[in-house]
Design a protein around this ligand. Structure first.
Ligand code: ADP
Length: 273
């Protein structure tokens, strides 16, 4: 009858309300856990180089090291710990600025192929003396995009240095491909390295997430590289995709807005850039 109908309805509403409250509590708990994990991760990241510095400084101060070359080695290690800390703080600062929307992009039109070549040269110069090949595969000699050049070079540097870091092969091969679509330029960075297990794949863009923490730490990673890549591309209204086969290789893909080089006219003569 009508009465019991109403109480059913009321019961339903009450249940709905309770479910909503529970969902809110769950979300708050989740956020709290996330915050705890985040702060835990930061302090862990900072502790490692600090403890290492403390160790070397104590040894040097106690005067136990007479051999000058060993003293030099210890000082170098302190130096690299300081650099490591500075890099972590810089990365954190960058992420914070992205997350609070404080980043203004400086758009310009540039040839992405040229940028890739410049980054290859830079990384080769930094003395990555592995047995590896870095190769650009492209459909056209020049492909122009409209984007923030400095930040896109950060994206490429982070992706290519990861490919180098996780290459771990006799013959590491890194291929950057660029091709023209209708509105976009498609870019991918592919390696034949250790790959990522499917269960870890959705988490690699999280701040501080690492698959194999000890190894990545040894390689000097902070676990922030891919989080920064994702933020930079999001600021460009783009996304990043990843495909990986465990123990066989990984491919990161993203797009940028296609453009044509601006033409400057000087004394009636057209000059492209
Ligand atoms: P990290 O400083 O640890 O390299 P990133 O944010 O750049 O931090 O990467 C997060 C994790 O994703 C890495 O620790 C690594 O486990 C995994 N990863 C990233 N790029 C690759 C790659 N090219 N091949 C295999 N694993 C990768």
């Amino acid at each position: 009858d009508y009465d019991s109908d109403l109480s059913f309805k009321e019961l339903g509403e009450k249940m709905h309300e309770m479910n909503q409250k529970n969902a809110e509590i769950d979300m708050m708990k989740e956020m709290e856990n996330y915050r705890k994990e985040y702060i835990g991760n930061i302090s862990h990241e900072l502790k490692t180089p600090l403890f290492s510095m403390q160790g070397y400084i104590e040894t040097l101060r106690d005067g136990g090291v007479e051999d000058l070359s060993i003293r030099d080695k210890y000082l170098q290690r302190i130096d690299s710990s300081v650099e490591r800390l500075l890099n972590i703080v810089k990365d954190l600062d960058m992420i914070n600025r992205y997350e609070s929307g404080q980043i203004d992009l400086k758009y310009s039109i540039f040839d992405i192929n040229l940028l890739v070549q410049e980054i290859f040269d830079l990384l080769e110069m930094e003395g990555e003396k592995l047995a590896m090949t870095m190769q650009l595969q492209t459909t056209q000699p020049q492909l122009f995009v409209s984007a923030d050049k400095q930040r896109i070079s950060q994206v490429l540097i982070n992706l290519i240095s990861n490919s180098i870091k996780y290459a771990n092969r006799e013959e590491a091969q890194i291929i950057v491909s660029t091709r023209e679509g209708t509105k976009s330029i498609h870019i991918s960075v592919e390696d034949n390295g250790m790959g990522i297990k499917p269960e870890n794949l959705p988490r690699i863009f999280e701040r501080f997430f690492r698959v194999e923490s000890s190894r990545s730490r040894k390689e000097g990673g902070s676990g922030l590289g891919l989080a920064i890549v994702k933020h930079i591309l999001e600021a460009h209204q783009q996304t990043i995709a990843v495909e990986s086969t465990y123990l066989s290789g990984t491919k990161f893909k993203f797009k940028l807005t296609k453009s044509t080089p601006s033409i400057k006219k000087i004394n009636g003569i057209s000059i492209g850039n």
